[in-house]
Design a protein around this ligand. Structure first.
Ligand code: ADP
Length: 161
């Protein structure tokens, strides 16, 4: 059987337990999952790309078929470069659907061989997003149950300044 690599692209600013849940499930399905950190996000990031890579690597240490990488430009070009025919994305609610639907159609137009596969958010994490984590941190709240331990530490260091 052919080796099946999937990329899981996103901003991951920061990586949450919702992202980890998607990765843990995707790596049961694919031979290799490459968590792919988008360098040129339009959002103003809390953590730079190097920090995001480091935090994700620490969070997925126990998963043997998971790699972490960063990319510039089109997701489909990165998929081609990595010989991946699948993009993995997570779906939390109907509100995610419209953007994800447009994105998957556009990616298919740009690269017809690509397929986007969606992993439904676990019930525990349907409300969880990186922006929500940043908002809670900004307002002085606790996100210990929402992000991996290494991300908790990095967030504590940022807010201490
Ligand atoms: P982007 O900035 O490209 O939306 P994110 O880092 O916010 O990237 O998320 C990457 C992917 O993970 C997206 O497909 C998003 O829907 C999904 N995702 C984010 N949080 C969760 C969660 N709690 N459960 C399931 N999927 C999620």
């Amino acid at each position: 059987m052919a080796h099946h690599t999937a990329i899981y692209p996103g901003s991951f600013d920061p990586f949450t337990l919702g992202h980890l849940d998607v990765v843990e499930r995707a790596c049961q399905i694919f031979d290799c999952v490459i968590i792919s950190v988008a360098k040129d996000t339009q959002k103003d990031p809390l953590f730079d790309v190097a920090t995001r890579l480091r935090l994700i690597e620490a969070s997925v240490k126990g998963l043997p078929n998971v790699q972490v990488d960063a990319f510039d430009g089109l997701t489909v070009n990165f998929a081609k470069q990595k010989n991946a025919k699948t993009i993995v994305r997570g779906l939390r609610a109907i509100s995610d659907f419209e953007y994800e639907f447009q994105m998957s159609q556009m990616n298919k137009t740009l690269y017809p061989e690509i397929e986007t596969v969606y992993v439904m958010a676990s019930l525990d994490y349907t409300f969880l997003s990186s922006s929500m984590v940043k908002e809670v941190i900004r307002l002085g709240g606790n996100v210990d149950n929402l992000v991996p331990a290494c991300v908790q530490e990095a967030l504590a260091a940022v807010t201490a300044h």
